[in-house]
Design a binder for this molecule. Structure first.
Ligand code: CA
Length: 219
């Protein structure tokens, strides 16, 4: 899943980005409000970490504009310590959760994971589809009770497909949500990736809808 981290303090942005990357997300860092607004509206992120104090356009304005434009991406706002008014304003503007600074990156990762799950209607860190179980917190996958040995890329792709089970995911969408921008591959790389997953899972878990993409059906 692809996240945007919006934070002008580079050290915090780097810490947050590193922690989210370790947790298996693809992360883009943005350092001002105008770019955050533009990218939030035009790129299909799965989630956004949004600092409120930003140059060019403050975070609250970014959030209000995104929500006014119909963007429903889950947003976790970062607020200054003790600034309860900011928290209230953030929630009012459509934030899904908030985290006061300073924070532990572990807490940020846990809260982000929770709002992503809630937005997809999942109530626990476990994703399931048929005999497939994915523990999104421990980054483990089991098929028919047996552990699967997956590369980080395979895990991200499988998690994305199961997170969106019963819906067709196009090759382009899968590419965007599992690869970092710098390393965007061509489309047959996704075919190879899905082929590798099928060898590990059996051929019938991920179905190809020719011309549309891939689907993992729910139970
Ligand atoms: Ca800031």
């Amino acid at each position: 899943m692809r996240l945007m981290v919006v934070e002008d303090e580079r050290a915090i942005a780097e810490d947050v980005s590193a922690a989210l990357t370790r947790a298996g997300y693809v992360v883009d860092c943005v350092h001002d409000g105008e770019e955050a607004w533009f990218r939030g509206e035009t790129e299909g992120y799965d989630g956004i970490v949004l600092d409120l104090g930003l140059p060019k356009m403050d975070g609250l304005t970014v959030l209000k504009r995104l929500r006014a434009a119909g963007v429903t991406i889950p947003v976790l706002v970062l607020t200054a310590r003790g600034a309860w008014m900011e928290r209230v304003a953030g929630i009012d503007a459509g934030a899904d959760d908030y985290l006061p600074k300073p924070f532990h990156t572990e807490e940020l990762v846990a809260r982000m994971g929770a709002i992503l799950r809630r937005s997809a209607g999942h109530t626990t860190p476990m994703l399931t589809a048929g005999q497939l179980d994915i523990d999104t917190r421990r980054m483990l996958a089991h098929f028919d009770g047996k552990p699967l040995v997956l590369t980080p890329l395979e895990f991200r792709a499988l998690r994305y497909l199961v997170h969106h089970k019963s819906r067709v995911v196009s090759q382009g969408e899968l590419t965007e949500h599992v690869y970092a921008h710098e390393s965007e591959p061509d489309s047959n790389v996704i075919e190879v990736l899905v082929g590798r997953l099928r060898r590990k899972l059996g051929a019938d878990v991920i179905t190809t809808r020719r011309g549309y993409g891939y689907i993992v059906d729910g139970p």
